[in-house]
Design a protein around this ligand. Structure first.
Ligand code: NDP
Length: 256
């Protein structure tokens, strides 16, 4: 196998929630590996601005789209438009996600519903829509962004953990449906990374130090740490990797 197996030139890749944070870094990483990346968020203006920045950084033109990942009709409209102009997606990265924290007895139905809709149902809905074109072509990659919280629980985030546990089994279930059609589904599960989603944790010095101490690698993740593993999962190098969750967490889930 040569390094050419990692080349994504000519592939069309959509990263949901790539206007900032982990998704933004992953989108630029796929673009640097040669893919035509589609930057996504709820604001088209923001997605367009980030696509322009990625184009400038990598020299590979990036595209932009906007839709709410919880809304089946919006997903369908956006993917129909993308397919009409650029053909079916080669790679879908289900990354968009949210966090809500509250003591269990104060955790509201609305927060539970928002978490399930944004972190779990969204991945199912986007995968279902993208799969149609991938099945027709007989190839494609779907990569779901999970979390160490699918293995390790913490107080006040039971709903988030449940959605990320769901991602692990969704990844296996989609594999059962799609592997026979040449479509590979895997998950990438980050440890702790400093983004807007974790801003409150980063600001909490005690917790922040606990994360570094609890991580065998001795530090928080940098979003760039996720690029190599994602490019691998999206590339021909991962041709026989199906239904797996790859934890990129500095060893957090490996060691107690
Ligand atoms: P950020 O809050 O930095 O970014 C979230 C992204 O998701 C934004 O682009 C946001 O776009 C988008 N998004 C949120 N809700 C919706 C929606 N309803 N429709 C469309 N887009 C939406 O989060 P992170 O980068 O930290 O997290 C990205 C993923 O990584 C999530 O799935 C998260 O659970 C996971 N993760 C993060 C970890 C961390 O330590 N940060 C650890 C483990 C997993 P908009 O501008 O529209 O809000």
């Amino acid at each position: 196998m040569s390094v050419a197996a990692f080349d994504l030139s000519g592939r069309l890749a959509l990263v949901t929630g790539s206007t900032r944070g982990i998704g933004r870094t992953l989108a630029e990483g796929l673009s640097a590996a040669g893919a035509t990346v589609v930057v996504h968020g709820r604001s088209l203006e923001q997605a367009t601005a980030e696509a322009a920045a990625i184009t400038a950084a990598t020299g590979t033109p990036a595209l932009a789209t906007a839709f709410d990942v919880t809304d089946t009709a919006q997903i369908d409209t956006a993917l129909t438009a993308l397919e009409a102009e650029h053909g079916a997606l080669d790679v879908l990265v289900n990354n968009a996600g949210i966090q809500r924290r509250a003591p269990l007895t104060e955790f509201t139905d609305e927060d539970w519903d928002d978490l399930v809709a944004t972190n779990l149902s969204s991945a199912f809905k986007c995968a279902r829509r993208a799969a149609a074109g991938m099945i027709a072509r007989g190839s494609g990659r779907i990569i779901n962004i999970g979390s160490v919280q699918s293995q390790l629980a913490r107080p006040s985030i039971a709903a988030y953990s449940a959605t990320k546990g769901g991602i692990v089994m969704l990844t296996k279930g989609l594999t059962a449906d799609l592997a026979p059609h040449g479509v590979q589904v895997n998950a990438l599960a980050p440890g702790y990374f400093a983004t807007e989603l974790t801003a409150a944790l980063v600001a909490d010095e005690e917790f922040s130090a606990w994360v570094a101490g609890r991580t065998p690698a001795g530090r928080w993740g940098a979003t760039a740490d996720l690029v190599g593993p994602l490019v691998f999962l999206a590339s021909d190098a991962a041709a026989f990797v199906n239904g797996q969750t790859l934890y990129v967490d500095g060893g957090m889930t490996a060691v107690i």
